[in-house]
Design a protein around this ligand. Structure first.
Ligand code: HEC
Length: 158
């Protein structure tokens, strides 16, 4: 092969590498999707500390779709994590095993509050986002609907 030929191959390789990098970046930057919560009871501006929709089948339906559109690319489809981000089916695993009903409820309340704070503010490490903040992107209704969905996905024994 002459010199021009190998130079050309080199250039193609560079362009290809750039395209692959772009595709990878594009994947990480999927635009968050607005969740349609019109079928749910409106919750107002003030953030609640506990899930007002727990066990509500409509919230579960809305939350399943909200989760798959906004969270699944990191936390896994149907909340089964591939390992990149925590498996959210186990978020309140420690609560579920508590024997005292009173302690269990207190534990769930704490997890609810932890959940909404984490989702609103996201997570950074050394100034870099590991999880984007969803405040202003997802409504309070959408966040609690997603929590309702996750409650239906609980696992305790894995
Ligand atoms: C860009 C990837 C990404 C997206 C999108 C994402 N997360 Fe996360 N999330 C993470 C990572 C990574 C962590 C762990 C952060 C850490 O270790 O500090 C995390 C942590 C969490 C935690 C804390 C878990 C624990 O065990 O402490 C919750 C709750 C959570 N995410 C909920 C959500 C929800 C709900 C959504 C969708 C609305 C979402 N995340 C979208 C990457 C993501």
């Amino acid at each position: 092969m002459n010199r021009m030929g190998s130079l050309r191959i080199g250039a193609v390789a560079v362009v290809l590498a750039a395209m692959i990098a772009q595709a990878a970046l594009g994947h990480g930057n999927v635009t968050p999707q607005v969740v349609d919560t019109r079928t749910l009871k409106p919750l107002g501006e003030e953030w609640l500390k506990t899930n007002p929709y727990s066990g509500d089948p409509e919230a579960l339906r809305v939350g399943a779709s909200g989760f798959n559109q906004n969270c699944a690319r990191c936390h896994g489809l149907e909340a089964i994590s591939g390992g990149i981000a925590p498996d959210l089916r186990k978020l309140d695993r420690d609560c579920v095993s508590l024997a005292s009903e009173e302690k269990k409820q207190a534990c769930f309340l704490e997890i609810d509050d932890y959940f909404q704070t984490t989702v609103r503010h996201g997570r950074t490490q050394n100034g870099v986002y590991k999880m984007p903040p969803f405040e202003g992107v997802l409504s309070q209704e959408a966040v609690w609907a997603i929590k309702t969905y996750l409650e239906s996905r609980r696992v305790t024994d894995e």
